[in-house]
Design a protein around this ligand. Structure first.
Ligand SMILES: NC(=O)c1ccc[n+]([C@@H]2O[C@H](COP(=O)([O-])OP(=O)(O)OC[C@H]3O[C@@H](n4cnc5c(N)ncnc54)[C@H](OP(=O)(O)O)[C@@H]3O)[C@@H](O)[C@H]2O)c1
Length: 342
């Protein structure tokens, strides 16, 4: 029997991606869609400006949206695609009421007893769930996935940790769907690059240290690396691209980095891609339009690995609403089922 799942914020950019990815999921079945007050009682199919695929899945078209309240939600797992300020209020109500909350929002990512997880990178951090339940006396719990730009970056940093990674500089070129719907006004972004995304650089600089840190049985000790980020919004619909510069405690060659990327292990979960990191040798790859759907949007694509005066530099591209958001939460939930946490 499939596990019942609900989506909080199902009308938004990430919420729609959840709905699309859950349509034919082998383990999960959508049992409720929760909405903001103005949409409660309305029919999903009539309300949503559907943007993520050609057709809205039939299984959700006639669903009546329920309030953001555990009393009205019949599910075992809730996927949260809420803005952070709303998530801060709503998510604990669900975990207190016994739900598993798999969240995309930033509200609880950096809280000490909340796991911030990318399954291929730090699945052992899920042990924080027990610490969280004990601290708070909750029956349920919150597990978060990182910011979209952080996820692409950290998937590539994990294999570099073993080569003696010391510091990271990253310049992002972030897609419009990352700003939600309706997002950035077209008159602001067409023919333009906006060199500021509120709160983004702080997340990209801090989250990797927690994800790559060591769980000591009670808390996560941050990884001893430094990250500097410059984040930019560009006129691309889906797919974040990042230029990354890394330096190491020892001399590292391009071939070693490429091999470390190639050897990154995928997990045997329903949403796992065959290859977590796809390395492309062409001079002009990766590109968001060509590479964002690699591995059904769950792989990241790396190219242009070069050596410079400080260390190594490369480009990474990934799908921000799939690997960077809804797909990330779903993969976390699949991992928790496989590990028998749910
Ligand atoms: N977009 C990405 O690539 C991405 C990547 C990683 C993480 N995230 C995070 O995921 C979350 C959702 O992002 P998004 O891009 O999907 O945003 P979005 O398109 O603006 O969608 C926001 C959703 O939250 C609902 N909502 C807004 N205010 C609410 C309120 N007061 N009460 C209840 N529901 C409310 C909206 O419902 P209505 O339609 O009824 O207003 C909508 O369903 C954010 O925390 C974001 O930071 C996004």
């Amino acid at each position: 029997m499939k596990v019942k799942v609900a989506v909080l914020g199902a009308t938004g950019m990430v919420g729609q991606k959840f709905v699309q990815l859950l349509e034919n999921h082998p383990w999960f079945k959508i049992s409720a869609l929760a909405a903001s007050e103005r949409r409660v009682g309305k029919i999903y199919g009539n309300e949503v400006t559907w943007l993520v695929s050609a057709n809205m899945p039939k299984c959700v078209r006639d669903i009546e949206m329920v309030p953001m309240d555990p009393k009205y939600v019949d599910a075992d797992i809730v996927f949260s695609a809420l803005p952070s300020d709303v998530a801060k209020e709503v998510e604990p109500k669900f975990s207190e009421a016994g739900f598993v909350v798999a969240s995309n929002a930033s509200a609880y990512r950096m809280v000490d007893d909340v796991p911030l997880v990318i399954p291929e990178v730090n699945s052992e951090h899920l042990s924080l769930i027990e610490v969280q339940k004990k601290n708070r006396g909750w029956d349920g719990f919150i597990v978060t996935n990182p910011n979209c730009t952080t996820i692409m970056l950290v998937l590539t940093l994990k294999p570099l940790m073993e080569l003696g990674l010391k510091s990271v500089r990253v310049a992002s070129m972030q897609a419009l769907s990352g700003a939600g719907y309706p997002g950035v006004p077209s008159m602001a972004i067409m023919d333009n690059v906006i060199p500021y995304i509120s709160g983004e650089e702080d997340k990209v600089e801090k989250e990797p240290l927690k994800i790559l840190g060591k769980f000591d049985g009670n808390k996560v000790i941050p990884a001893p690396i430094t990250v500097s980020a410059s984040c930019h919004r560009v006129a691309v619909v889906d797919g974040h691209t990042e230029a990354v510069w890394v330096d190491f405690y020892k001399d590292v060659e391009v071939e070693e980095v490429a091999k470390a990327f190639e050897n990154m292990k995928s997990l045997n979960l329903p949403s796992s891609p065959e290859k977590v990191i796809v390395v492309r040798m062409e001079k002009d790859r990766p590109q968001p339009r060509l590479d964002r759907n690699e591995g059904n949007g769950m792989s990241v694509v790396v190219g242009r690995i070069r050596k410079d005066a400080w260390g190594i530099k490369y480009i990474v591209t990934g799908h921000n609403t799939v690997r960077g958001a809804a797909g990330a939460s779903i993969l976390n939930a699949e991992l928790m089922i496989k590990e028998k946490i749910i």
